[in-house]
Design a protein around this ligand. Sequence first.
Ligand SMILES: NC(=O)c1ccc[n+]([C@@H]2O[C@H](COP(=O)([O-])OP(=O)(O)OC[C@H]3O[C@@H](n4cnc5c(N)ncnc54)[C@H](OP(=O)(O)O)[C@@H]3O)[C@@H](O)[C@H]2O)c1
Length: 432
Amino acid sequence: MAKTINCALLGAGKLGSGFFKIITERHEHILSQTGIDFRIKKILVKNRHFQRASSINMDLITDKPEEISSDPEIKIVIDTMFGIEPAFSLVRQIVQSGKNLISANRSMVAARMHELADLANEMKVFVNIEAAIGGGLPIISILREDLVANRIRSIYGILGGTSNYILSEMTRKKITLQEVLKSTYVRKIGENLSVIDYEGSDSAQKLSILAAATLGIDTNFMEIFSEGIADVTPDDIEHAGMFGYTIKLLAVIKNHDQTIELRVHPTFVRNTHPLAGVSDEYNAFYFQTDLLGNYMLYGKGVGIEPTSSLLIKDLASMGQRLLSNTKRNDYKLSWDERPLLPIGEIEASYYLLFPCLNRPGVIGKITSFLGEHQINIGSAHAEVEDPLSGNIGHVHIFIEKAAEHDVRNAIDALNRMDFISGRIKFFRILED
Ligand SMILES: NC(=O)c1ccc[n+]([C@@H]2O[C@H](COP(=O)([O-])OP(=O)(O)OC[C@H]3O[C@@H](n4cnc5c(N)ncnc54)[C@H](OP(=O)(O)O)[C@@H]3O)[C@@H](O)[C@H]2O)c1
């Protein structure tokens, strides 16, 4: 016989109302799959007089959080609110009354991870924050359940569906970021244009949640080195293409013995690598494990439907745990003390672009200068940009493995050389 679990929804905006519509329409399907009759008993909003989507049952709407916290029948709350405060205070108040929490509120989870984990521990409730990473991919469950026997060596993620769509359009049409933004489709796919990862902070928030939930790394996303897509130009994309690479905004976790490496930046990805084929609003996680080898998870990264799919998966697994009295939380509750590796201390492969005056011996000067800085060069190529005047050239250098501070020091010094005619750019390369 079906068991009933009463729930409350926090927020009835774009995600909340979309989730409510889907869970209502698929009630019978979810019941037949899980044996659980999930019922939304209350919906908390800020302004109960707002006109709501027609799918929302207005009888359920309340603007009083106490109606949820004081209702002993409500066991799970699904948080689709926006922002850090007052969302966190509301969530805390409700969880302190013994409710289990599923949250999709990225900025709140990224800013308050430690408090949420402590709260889950103290109240002995389940807290699941997988949907806050965005998109519909069940990355935390896969890492913590399906791959539990594995040690994860590294994770490379394309975590921003809207930003990935923009880079894909720039690559396909050879146009600038600003030109892509004129398309109405960008506005349609994203939550809103604020999720475009100009500086990398959206991916850094998601990365900090992922690192906390799977490895117990307690970090503020502002401590994570991040660069976004703001500085990527059609020329960069063309140069990458000339050498068999695609530019992707990657979020990286590397699990070292004594330290953890977390970073976000546009990256050269070899065209033959599975991540190079992840285009448009798709997300992916590519991870290297010790037992299973390499593994990739791929799917829609933005939107109401993929996020609702994940929220309902979280609801189903939390419901089953509640009914079977399982104690295991979806949140890693012990913290790992390993420090973050500063960006200057990482080791990576690099692509460097030198705009320079087309003088004899320029390549030789650059390569011998890099050599003096203990930087081993994989290959070097020169190209004259304006064949008529023969004036300005580009030198492209690939560095196989170097410490980032050596690369940056060399670039700083080379920037002062009289044959360098513009800003030297560099991209890190995803090692195969
Ligand atoms: N949209 C997506 O595709 C998507 C995907 C993944 C994750 N998310 C995350 O989901 C969250 C919501 O996104 P959204 O696009 O749905 O935002 P939204 O349209 O602005 O909806 C936010 C909802 O929260 C309610 N709310 C805000 N402050 C409140 C308060 N103090 N008390 C009670 N209710 C309050 C609002 O109530 P009123 O309606 O009365 O103002 C509104 O219904 C965000 O954290 C976002 O990062 C969204």
